[in-house]
Design a binder for this molecule. Structure first.
Ligand code: GDP
Ligand code: MG
Length: 217
C-alpha cells in the first residue's frame, strides 16, 4: 500500500558530485535526515535518499544520489548519471584544489549526463571562515561563466542547505512545468529523446513500483 510519503506530483533525480571529502554525504544526510557526521564514512554510502518538498503547491520528491566513494578514483559509472535532471557540484571552500577540479567535474557531466541537466555549484564548509581558500566572488564568476547557479553551504551548521536543494528543485520544476504547458504532454522530454524516468534505473523493488517521474497524478 502506498503511504502518504509516496504521493508526489514530480520525482526528480539529483546527483551529488565533486571531490572526495568535500561534504557530499553530509549535505545529503543534513537535507534528508537532519544529521551530520564528523567522521567521513565513505564506504557506508547509501545509493540514494529521498525527501519531498512543496513547490508552487505541488509535491516535488527529490531522489538524491550519493557516491559510495568512487569519486576518489573518478570511477563513477554512467548509471549514476542516467535520468538525472539536476546535479550539485560540490567543492570545499577551504581546499582550493577541490574548487579547481570543478572544471573536470563539469566535463564529466558533459560526457555522461543529459545535456539539459541543471547544475548548481556548491561551496560547502562555509563555517570554516578562518580557513577559506576560495573567494566567494571567484566561484560566483566561474558559475556565471558556465551558466551554473551558485551557493555556499555548511552541512555542519546547516547554513543554506535547505535553500540549495529548494532552489535547484524549484529551477527544475519551472523548466519541466513550462515544457508541459508548451507541449501539453503529460510526460516531459527533458532533452530531445530523453524522457525523465529515473524509475527505470532504480535498484530497489520498493521504489521501482512507484509512479513514473514527472507525470501529473
Ligand atoms: P564526501 O566525501 O564528499 O561525501 O564528504 P563527507 O560528507 O564524507 O565529509 C567529509 C568530511 O568533511 C567529514 O569529516 C565531515 O564531517 C566534514 N564536513 C562535511 N561537511 C562539512 C561542513 O559543512 N563543515 C565542516 N567544517 N566539515 C564538514
Ligand atoms: Mg561521501
Amino acid at each position: 500500500m502506498r503511504g502518504k510519503d509516496d504521493e508526489y506530483d514530480y520525482l526528480f533525480k539529483i546527483v551529488l558530485i565533486g571531490d572526495s571529502g568535500v561534504g557530499k554525504s553530509n549535505l545529503l544526510s543534513r537535507f534528508t535526515r537532519n544529521e551530520f557526521n564528523l567522521e567521513s564514512k565513505s564506504t557506508i554510502g547509501v545509493e540514494f535518499a529521498t525527501r519531498s518538498i512543496q513547490v508552487d503547491n505541488k509535491t516535488v520528491k527529490a531522489q538524491i544520489w550519493d557516491t559510495a566513494g568512487q569519486e576518489r578514483y573518478r570511477a563513477i559509472t554512467s548509471a549514476y548519471y542516467r535520468g538525472a535532471v539536476g546535479a550539485l557540484l560540490v567543492y570545499d571552500i577551504a581546499k582550493y584544489l577541490t574548487y579547481e577540479n570543478a572544471e573536470r567535474w563539469l566535463k564529466e557531466l558533459q560526457d555522461h549526463a543529459d545535456a539539459n541537466i541543471v547544475i548548481m555549484l556548491v561551496g560547502n564548509k562555509s563555517d570554516l571562515r578562518h580557513l577559506r581558500a576560495v573567494p566567494t566572488d571567484e566561484a560566483k564568476s566561474f558559475a556565471e561563466k558556465n551558466g551554473l547557479s551558485f551557493i555556499e553551504t555548511s552541512a555542519l551548521d546547516s547554513t543554506n542547505v535547505e535553500t540549495a536543494f529548494h532552489n535547484i528543485l524549484a529551477e527544475i520544476y519551472r523548466i519541466v512545468s513550462q515544457r508541459q504547458l508548451a507541449g501539453g504532454q503529460p510526460e516531459t522530454e527533458f532533452s530531445h529523446g530523453t524522457t525523465i524516468e529515473p524509475i527505470k534505473v532504480l535498484p530497489t523493488q520498493q521504489e521501482a513500483r512507484q509512479t513514473p517521474c514527472c507525470q501529473n497524478i
